[in-house]
Design a protein around this ligand. Structure first.
Ligand SMILES: *Cc1c(COP(=O)(O)O)cnc(C)c1O
Length: 368
């Protein structure tokens, strides 16, 4: 059993963001994938961890590129002083590309219209190809026309990339074969992109032959596994986020007490209920009601009754839990805390969704 965790005294709730773990995870991933370059993916506020702190730590640790979905995300990082190479790949029909040029942000380009607009703005682009995922990217049959158009426009094509479905080895292999065929068509058209990239965390770790010139690592940088059956800790990756709160109330109840909305739980015996001041507004999934566990004073205790918007209850039995004691919802399982993956299982989702949904009411506290 771990030691009684320190009470932070920082208030109702916080997400501690271990920037040392970010740096160490980036170093681990870089060592694994070298000589391929590493792009740290910090979209969606760095998967809920806070984009600025994570981006800084990742760059300090040697991440060669930063990747985001929206151009706005890239521009916010630039405005905060992050000058690492950056790629943004998801655009509205109305997105103005001129600020990308001024900020030196590469654009992932998926349509001829985007290509034309990028050329007019004078942008540096990375062409995205759909090799099977059916999200964005040029269709394989449209790729030759896109390559020819890029050459004709004289736009700088720094990269060509695609994204895997992580369905099976065979599906990834089919995407790989198509990607290679399209790369050779690009070469025939006269393009010589310096960055060819296909792999996100899962393939970057498991499939050396899919790494090409660069890998785009998101979830692995946060110390979390990209798929079931991947042991992130065995790879040397450490979870970055610890979500914690402090007990806001303690109540001794009799057997038969109704617990939270809908009385989906009633106490079976006299017991103590601890009130935890986080709820689904903060990203604690309601679907995990009556299933999840939390760590209080070094002991795992069950969440009972429905998780509400701002709070939930924990049955701590006869443990001497007091108001102000720290409650860890998730963190590094080496400390005895539930893992993000356990919460994902309790909620019927994936670890990505658990961390990304941590809400705006939770302060992200950097742990240097
Ligand atoms: C989100 C994303 C990634 C990162 O994926 P992980 O599985 O988190 O490593 C990489 N590439 C693209 C295009 C993405 O959208």
């Amino acid at each position: 059993m771990s030691e009684h965790p320190p009470t932070t005294g920082r208030g109702l709730r916080e997400a501690r963001i271990d920037l040392g773990a970010v740096r160490s995870n980036i170093e681990t991933l870089r060592a694994l994938v070298a000589p391929a370059l590493t792009m740290a993916v910090v979209k969606a506020d760095a998967y809920g961890h806070g984009a600025l702190g994570v981006a800084r730590a990742a760059v300090e640790a040697g991440a060669d590129w930063l990747g985001v979905a929206d151009l706005e995300e890239a521009l916010a990082l630039r405005a905060a002083g992050i000058d690492a190479p950056m790629l943004a790949w998801l655009h509205a029909a109305s997105t103005d590309f001129v600020p990308a040029v001024d900020a030196g942000v590469d654009l992932g380009i998926s349509t001829l219209d985007q290509l034309d607009r990028a050329a007019t703005a004078g942008a540096t682009v990375q062409l995205k190809l759909n090799t099977g995922l059916s999200r964005n990217g040029f269709e394989p049959e449209d790729a030759p026309a896109a390559f020819a158009r890029a050459v004709e426009l004289g736009v700088r094509v720094r990269g060509i990339f695609s994204h895997l479905s992580n369905t099976s080895r065979a599906d990834d292999d089919a995407q790989l074969a198509l990607f290679e065929a399209l790369l050779s068509q690009a070469a025939d058209a006269g393009l010589a992109p310096e960055l060819r990239h296909l792999a996100a965390t899962e393939a970057a770790i498991r499939r050396p032959e899919l790494r090409f010139d660069l890998v785009r690592t998101g979830i692995g940088m946060y110390g979390l596994p990209a798929a079931d059956g991947v042991d992130a800790a065995a790879l040397g990756l450490r979870p970055v986020m610890t979500l914690a709160g402090t007990v806001a109330n303690v109540r001794r109840v009799d057997a038969g007490a109704g617990v939270s909305y809908g009385f989906t739980h009633r106490t079976q015996r006299p017991t103590t209920l601890a009130l935890v001041p986080l709820g689904y507004a903060d990203g604690v999934p309601r679907a995990a009601s009556n299933r999840a566990e939390v760590l209080i004073a070094g002991t795992r205790q069950p969440v009972v009754g429905r998780i509400a918007m701002d709070q939930f209850l924990v049955d701590v039995g006869d443990s001497p839990v007091r108001v102000g004691d720290e409650v860890v919802l998730w963190g590094d399982s080496a400390t005895g805390a539930p893992s993000v993956e356990e919460w994902a299982a309790w909620a019927g989702t994936i670890n990505y969704e658990i961390v990304t949904r941590v809400g705006p009411r939770i302060p992200r506290i950097p742990v240097p």
